[in-house]
Design a protein around this ligand. Sequence first.
Ligand code: PGA
Length: 259
Amino acid sequence: MYGRSSTFGMKKLIVGNWKLYINTSTEGKKLIHDIDKKLPRGLKVEVVLCPQVSLAPLLKSTYGGKRMSFGTQDVFFEESGAHTGQVSPKSLVTSGIKYVIVGHAERRAEGDTDDIVAKKAVTAIQAKLHPIVCVGEPVRDTEGAYLTYLSNNVTSSLARINAVDASKFTIAYDPLWAIGAPQAPSPRVVAEAVMFIRKTIADMWGRERALKVRIIYGGSVNTESATLFATTPGIQGLLAGRASVNAEEFTNIIRAFQK
Ligand code: PGA
């Protein structure tokens, strides 16, 4: 029901979350150049690079190509006002940034609640940014408590988004326990969680709307696991951390999803 048919007509998305791995524009430019050189011809997937916010606009403006888009790793939920140290969605949009990661497990660990994530996601959509809303349980258990956590996490993180905007954001199933791990979980474990997330959205918005939401996976992906994930029904792209700052690995991941 929520298998292959849901992927029809929707581009796969490969996101590079550079975290604080790239900290100068020189390093960033070199990485972009190296990735661009290795991108497959006839690119069929959407590729988004997410440097830290202080570098993203500059790197976007110096990138001569058109095949990759730029995002960043967080955004604030107010457009303007007395909010020292925050980044407004509008400032990103006007710098050519198209995507923004919100609710990454590393941001949630520093205080982002579901409601903050929900506000960030909806403000981003209103500003015409495409949010990549990260969800996922911090730990797994054998009694299935993680499923209750996950459905609440999805429902509350999307609570402020209007169902008609189902195609204007992406969900990343990006569970804390799988991030920075020695290896990614099996495609089966991920596929089940993705199916569960889609079912949770269907319970909120109905099946038709739920099928419009793109769901990707993040957590220790590399060349080998990308090959497996690319052929797993329901997984519509990947979010890479460590592998995204290695041009060879990142373009291998992209290539896996070209098929
Ligand atoms: P990782 O990071 O690929 O280095 O595990 C993934 C993530 O932050 O989602």
